[in-house]
Design a protein around this ligand. Structure first.
Ligand SMILES: NC(=O)c1ccc[n+]([C@@H]2O[C@H](COP(=O)([O-])OP(=O)(O)OC[C@H]3O[C@@H](n4cnc5c(N)ncnc54)[C@H](O)[C@@H]3O)[C@@H](O)[C@H]2O)c1
Ligand SMILES: [Zn+2]
Length: 390
């Protein structure tokens, strides 16, 4: 008989996603309130996305003043480190090593803190290094794009790209806390600002019709970046994403479906086919358009609802088509390689999320490539007509 030691244990994790404005204002206590042990000098190092550093000219001084004011509790081990932002940094493992070296040089231990201030790419990179150095250093994320505030920054995934595949190296780990500071997103260009909302539209389509209705009704105010509606959308989207992680029963995605990744099999492949010229947010918008059109063509989504989805994307200036959808090698659509890559990344059988109706998804395990090709043609034509009618 084999001897077996059966193991089973449950772990409890907590982390807060805090919504605030001007986190490094000396009178703002969001950060200081997070510190558990206020009787010691807690060590910190900080990484800042270069574009955030350039556009928020007082940021470093504000950080230094903040740490000075609270110097009995928090200690900055060095001036903040500036790292380039954007997807390209996730292609360079050497940056992970750079962060490890700083963690070592500045004596950051598992009871110390790393703060990452930047977009989703910087969050994924610094998060990966922080989660693997010393098997996990406390990480406080301060996301600075709409996308990282409404989706990526509030979750439990970290990663970098490898062999031209997105997030090939990575890990699940729980941030110590997330602080969504509304002030940061003011410096995003209009296109960056809007593209991050594609994740909010995605989650509304598969989980929450009320959020979709709100976005649809307020599209003009969204384009004008009106505070009230934008704050609501970011909060609601972050809430749905975060609650899915804590209450969905599979925070580390052990099963083969990734229920929040509607539109993402195509999105990841488009990013890669465009050599990362198409941003994640825009790729997700195209992925949503594609999978919604496919859902309509196979008869599970009504024509009326399909039109609402496409119209909303167009109305808020998100793309619904890109030429990469049509890239071919020997008549084979390269996009479809994304299906297998998506499956391999998740493990198990292929699971693609489609739309049954607005606010309700359905998972399928097989797809019809001819109908996807027809979907691409429809989107190309719709995109053409949209441009003609401008
Ligand atoms: N971990 C996850 O669960 C998860 C989920 C979704 C997306 N992601 C990842 O997130 C990344 C996309 O993140 P993103 O959309 O935030 O883009 P990004 O991080 O690539 O940033 C886009 C650009 O905006 C700049 N920027 C950042 N903040 C700014 C600000 N406040 N003002 C002006 N410019 C600013 C950056 O320097 C960069 O040039 C992708 O790598 C994607 O794979 C991760
Ligand atoms: Zn995404």
């Amino acid at each position: 008989m084999d001897k077996i030691i059966s193991q089973r244990f449950l772990l409890k994790f907590n982390y807060d996603v805090i919504f605030t404005k001007d986190v490094f204002n000396t009178e703002n206590y969001s950060l200081i309130n997070l510190i558990k042990n206020k009787n010691i000098e807690n060590k910190f190092i900080i990484f800042i996305d270069k574009n955030v550093y350039k556009l928020h000219i007082n940021l470093v001084n504000n950080i230094k003043n903040y740490f000075f004011k609270h110097n009995k509790i928090i200690k900055l081990q060095s001036d903040p480190f500036i790292i380039y932002g954007g997807e390209v940094i996730k292609n360079h493992y050497i940056l992970v090593k750079y962060i490890y070296k700083l963690i070592d040089a500045y004596k950051i231990c598992r009871q110390s803190y790393i703060i990452s201030i930047g977009g989703g790419a910087l969050q994924d990179l610094v998060g990966f290094a922080a989660s693997t150095a010393h098997r996990g250093v406390r990480l406080i994320r301060i996301p600075t794009t709409t996308l990282s505030q409404d989706d990526s920054g509030v979750g439990v995934k970290n990663g970098i790209n490898f062999i031209n595949k997105k997030n090939f190296i990575g890990c699940f780990s729980i941030p110590f806390a997330v602080i969504n500071d509304y002030k940061f997103i003011s410096t995003l260009s209009d296109s960056r600002f809007i593209e991050g909302l594609s994740e909010a539209i995605k989650v509304s389509l598969i989980k929450n019709i009320n959020l979709f209705n709100k976005i649809e009704k307020n599209f003009k105010n969204i384009i004008k970046r009106k505070d009230t509606v934008i704050k609501y959308i970011i909060y609601k989207s972050a809430y749905i994403h975060a609650k899915h992680i804590s209450s969905g029963g599979d925070p580390f995605e052990i099963t083969s479906s990734r229920p929040l990744d509607f539109g993402h099999w195509a999105a990841h492949k488009l990013e890669n086919l465009s050599k990362y010229k198409i941003s994640h947010g825009n790729a997700v918008a195209i992925g949503i358009a594609l999978d919604s059109t496919y859902s309509f063509l196979i008869g599970i989504l009504s024509k009326y609802e399909w039109k609402r989805v496409i119209k909303l994307l167009i109305n808020i200036n998100l793309p619904i088509y890109s030429k990469e959808l049509n890239y071919k090698k020997n008549k084979h659509y390269l996009l479809f390689d994304g299906l297998n890559e998506f499956r391999e990344h998740l493990g198990g059988q292929l699971t693609i999320t489609l739309l049954k109706k607005i606010g309700e998804k359905i998972d399928v395990h097989e797809i019809n490539k001819d109908i996807y090709i027809k979907s691409i043609k429809i989107l190309k034509l719709t995109n053409f007509l949209k441009n003609v009618n401008k």
